[in-house]
Design a protein around this ligand. Structure first.
Ligand code: KG4
Ligand code: ZN
Length: 334
């Protein structure tokens, strides 16, 4: 069974081909260069870029998998949540291909795709597990009892973790997206230089806005209207101290959730899972707690269509499919 996956929910145009649950190709065309100059994703530009790039990216995914469109048996596409205009491009193309070939198509929840990405790399994970989803749009902890059953344990009350990285980078005059830049800078910084607050100690919910304000207040001491950021501000120390605060919270709550739910497996998903300190600290903490950690490679952590194809394929296996009147949705709970 060949599934073509399509992902256009934000600023990555992606297509992938799976044979059953095995990845044959996984192509991602990033729009970062375009949005960088505006300091963040411009929704209208994202839609236009998807429109321009999606068919070529699909073509690339098909040829990398050594198949043609006519060989495809199922189309899986991200239909929620995300930027509505961006989602619309993927969903419209998916419908058109499915209709013209007379094959089924299925709308996929982007967050479920992120969680299930780990199964592509570790097919034998099994259930149950605790999943931390930390991306630019989401930060949430789920107790996953089995495929399709996701109990929300907690989520962010304000910014998503990735969003906090992006906003802090902006405060430091660093380019978008901030996560990878802060990750890199933090390597040369001292994580104990500034004692930023950890925020939201109780329960499984997260909060990053207090931390962001603390960074803003710290940076404000070094910023003047006419001269900008004073060079005496140690940007690497700020990056390292901020990153440590985010990572501490994410790791502590995830491990606490696994212990309290009586689950001995954890998976980490979403763009922030590419963070080096998070990977390192999560590994250490899980090892100490006797928990097995499943961390997908970077290519499966960031937005990609292989995770969407897998999610669609698994739902299809259960007899589910979408109708041609399916509409994308900007927000939707998992
Ligand atoms: O999952 P993703 O590709 O897109 C969304 O669904 O949001 O996540 C993108 C987010 C951005 O906020 C980006 O700054 C963050 O993931 N990110 C990172 C790293 N790489 C990407 N955050 C921290 N460290 C990284 N290495
Ligand atoms: Zn994502």
């Amino acid at each position: 069974m060949l599934t073509l996956g399509i992902e256009t929910s934000c600023d990555e145009t992606a297509a992938a081909v799976l044979r059953d649950a095995t990845v044959l190709s996984n192509i991602v065309s990033s729009q970062v260069k375009l949005h960088e100059q505006y300091g963040g994703v411009v929704p209208e530009l994202a839609s236009r870029e998807h429109l321009k790039n999606l068919m070529p990216v699909i073509g690339e995914a098909l040829s990398a998998a050594s198949i043609t469109l006519k060989d495809v048996n199922l189309i899986a596409v991200t239909s929620a949540p995300g930027l509505i205009g961006a989602l619309l491009v993927g969903v419209s193309v998916a419908k058109a291909i499915a209709y013209s070939l007379g094959i089924p198509f299925i709308g996929v929840h982007h967050g479920e795709g992120h969680i299930l990405a780990a199964h592509l790399e570790y097919p034998d994970i099994g259930y149950p597990y605790v999943a931390l989803l930390a991306s630019g749009g989401h930060t949430a902890l789920y107790h996953v009892q089995e495929f399709g059953t996701y109990s929300l344990l907690g989520q962010t009350r304000d910014d998503a973790a990735g969003e906090a990285f992006d906003k802090v980078a902006k405060l430091l005059d660093l380019p978008y997206p901030g996560g990878p830049v802060i990750d890199r800078l933090a390597q040369q910084g001292d994580a104990r230089a500034i004692a930023f607050p950890r925020g939201q100690r109780e329960g499984y919910d997260f909060s990053f806005s207090g931390l962001k304000t603390a960074v803003r207040n710290h940076v404000a001491l070094f910023r003047s209207k006419d001269k900008g950021l004073d060079p005496s501000l140690n940007v690497s120390d700020v990056a390292a101290s901020f990153q440590a605060a985010v990572v501490d919270t994410l790791v502590e709550k995830t491990v606490k959730a696994a212990k309290e739910q009586g689950v001995n497996k954890v998976i980490v998903a979403g763009g922030v899972a590419a963070n080096r300190l998070l990977r390192q600290e999560m590994e250490r903490s899980c090892r100490e707690a006797g928990i097995t950690l499943y961390l997908p490679g970077m290519g499966l952590c960031i937005d990609n269509a292989a995770m969407i194809a897998l999610t669609g394929y698994l739902h299809y296996q259960r007899g589910e499919r979408s109708d041609l009147d399916l509409n994308p949705r900007a927000s939707m709970a998992l």
